[in-house]
Design a protein around this ligand. Structure first.
Ligand code: AN7
Length: 369
């Protein structure tokens, strides 16, 4: 029988703030693969799965929240939306705004968003404004703009974004039959860890929805939440905002997360942790995942994997546990670091050998006999 995945709003509408008359704007987001990471599992002695959010329509997890935020904007009659972004939110907002027939303005830190993400905003015809500052400065301006002008803010300070993002936790539970023991993910502006924790907690007890209907618990437990920030952009680890965040993982180059308090609550209520990983550890984890488990993610997306590897080496990782790691965005967003990571292992990795076009020469070059 024909079946088309309906996008996260329609798939989970009884747990989201929508009514029958809500004009749902969707591009079929969600339903992303939960992939068994065999090499990571074997190395760490756990059952490790990666939730590959790079498989969303614009290549990152942002689409889950964006379908809700743009749907809400449409419901309110908005003609234009705005966001600040390190690149993925702007790519998603630009695409969903066009799907809804709206104008989209994006504020990005000058020179600090990857080529792939910039290409997406350009391709979708967003009004792109570069700000001489970092993401935190961009967000401040975007908030003020939406306060004083007729534009609708679609950053994750908009609670509808978090509502959409919580569906990723539902999908994990639906796929595994229960919550995992641990859930690990990168943390930047902290909307995603907030969304996951909301999803896991709502699924683990009776949930009274907007229509007043009690929905039974789906999971028997909630996971321990482990979040990882980049070392040069780790305000939640430092305990104070970072004025000049720096990391090669531009997606998470954020010094003052908007969802600070809810990230700390997720950490503490789940008996979890938020720690940092270095840029070198991020590149190494990105490399491990792509070259050993076949999953290609952008650097910021590898922070969770880097965190698990770090804890494992420190003797502080669990064993025989079911672990889900969210890998938040596709490797094609920012390919230069993948090439650098490969070259760190083999300086000629990105310079394929030139061989004459005959089968004997190719076989010889491959060492086949
Ligand atoms: C690949 O696009 O903040 O902790 O403006 O792109 O929910 O912010 C992106 C963040 C992780 C961090 N991985 O998630 C933006 C933006 C990737 C990301 C994060 C981001 P949050």
């Amino acid at each position: 029988m024909a079946h088309l995945w309906q996008g996260v709003i329609n798939e989970y509408r009884d747990r989201l703030p929508v009514t029958d008359s809500t004009p749902v704007v969707t591009m079929g987001e969600g339903g992303t693969p939960l992939i068994k990471a065999h090499a990571l599992s074997e190395l760490t002695g756990n059952h490790v799965w990666v939730k590959f959010e790079g498989m969303n329509p614009t290549g990152s997890f942002k689409d889950r929240g964006m379908t809700m935020a743009i749907t809400r904007a449409k419901e309110e009659g908005a003609k234009a939306v705005v966001c600040a972004s390190t690149g993925n939110t702007s790519a998603s907002a630009a695409a969903y705004a066009k799907q809804a027939g709206m104008r989209c303005a994006v504020l990005v830190p000058e020179g600090k968003i990857s080529m792939g993400k910039m290409a997406q905003a350009v391709a979708h015809g967003a009004d792109i404004i570069q700000i001489d500052g970092n993401f935190d400065n961009c967000l401040e301006v975007a908030r003020k703009l939406s306060d004083s002008y007729p534009v609708f803010l679609v950053n994750s300070v908009n609670p509808y974004r978090i509502q959409g993002q919580k569906t990723a936790a539902f999908e994990v539970v639906d796929a595994l039959g229960d919550a995992p023991d641990y859930h690990i993910l990168p943390v930047g502006n902290a909307g995603n860890i907030t969304g996951y924790w909301k999803g896991y907690t709502e699924y683990a007890s009776t949930f009274t929805n907007d229509a007043g209907t009690d929905l039974p618990a789906v999971a028997t437990k909630t996971p321990v939440m482990w979040g990882f920030q980049a070392e040069g952009a780790a305000p939640l680890v430092a305990g104070h905002p970072i004025d000049q965040p720096e990391t090669i993982a531009t997606a998470i180059r954020i010094g003052n997360p908007a969802s600070w308090d809810t990230a700390i609550a997720a950490r503490d209520e789940s008996d979890g942790l938020i720690e940092s990983v270095t840029d070198e550890e991020i590149i190494e984890a990105q490399r491990f995942l792509s070259s050993r488990d076949g999953v290609f993610v952008e650097p910021g997306s590898a922070a969770g994997v880097a965190g698990l590897l770090k804890k494992f080496r420190a003797g502080a990782a669990p064993s025989e546990a079911t672990i889900v790691i969210t890998v938040t965005g596709h490797g094609l967003k920012d390919p230069q670091w993948a090439i650098k990571g490969a070259e760190a292992e083999d300086p000629t990795a990105a310079e394929p050998r030139r061989v004459d076009f005959d089968v004997v020469s190719v076989a010889a070059a491959l060492g086949l006999e």
